[in-house]
Design a protein around this ligand. Structure first.
Ligand code: 5RP
Length: 221
């Protein structure tokens, strides 16, 4: 059922890309549904900027060219999933480990459309682990800093990001001030990216439930 809802959320994103020639594409099982839905309209696109090797592979299989963000500059629309969403459209992302490229593309996009099923909506971020991409030699140092903040960091073993780094998943953190925590963790030496999307939150969240898909917008914040 959750997978059906993910597909429903992906479907709801299609109107937002109808005039789009170059698309930003995220990562994860919800986004995989979104990529599948691009098949009948693929001729519309000059190309896509992809947030992971996994999404790149699927887009290439579909025949959509992959473009370099440095060449494209600014994107009109970026579509991606999330692990958690709050009422301010702030997100936890990085369950698939693609958080750094996701954050770069979100920052370079005019509109960030987040697609998710209703189970992702929370009143306070932090029930899901918060991923942090870390330079390998800083793993112990960053873990100590996170313990100092009251979180429980767990090394995602046997996982290397597309950028060659490791992930620490932080458990047991109630994130009452996402903006502040994002800044604090981003400032730690050795941290590449924290999977808190608070400063650059989503602009639109499409939240699928059995009774339909709800649209949360920045004006609801
Ligand atoms: C990958 C992500 C994903 O968007 C997030 O983990 C949600 O994944 P899914 O759509 O499979 O539930 O941030 O890094």
């Amino acid at each position: 059922m959750q997978d059906e809802l993910k597909k429903q959320a992906a479907q709801a994103a299609l109107p937002y890309i109808k005039d789009c020639k170059i698309l930003g594409v995220g990562t994860g099982s919800t986004v995989n549904h979104f990529i599948d839905l691009l098949a009948p309209i693929k001729q519309q696109f000059d190309g896509a900027v992809s947030s992971s090797e996994a999404s790149t592979k699927r887009l290439i299989e579909l025949g959509i060219p992959i473009l370099n963000l440095n060449t494209v500059g600014t994107l009109d629309v970026y579509v991606d999933g999330a692990d958690e969403v709050n009422a301010n459209l702030q997100l936890i992302k990085g369950g698939g480990g693609a958080l750094t490229r996701e954050k770069i593309i979100a920052a370079a996009s005019k509109t960030f459309v987040c697609i998710a099923d209703e189970s992702k909506l929370v009143s306070c971020l932090g029930a899901s682990p918060l991923p942090i991409e870390v330079i390998p030699m800083a793993r112990h140092y960053v873990a100590e800093q996170i313990l100092g903040l009251g979180g429980k960091p767990i090394w995602r073993e046997n996982f290397t990001t597309d950028n060659g780094n490791i992930i620490l998943d932080v458990h047991a953190m109630q994130i009452t001030n996402p903006l502040e925590l994002e800044k604090i963790i981003n400032n730690m030496a050795g941290v590449v990216t924290v999977g808190l999307f608070a400063d650059r939150a989503a602009d639109i969240v499409l939240l699928a439930s059995e009774s339909g898909t709800k649209t949360l917008t920045a004006s609801n914040r």
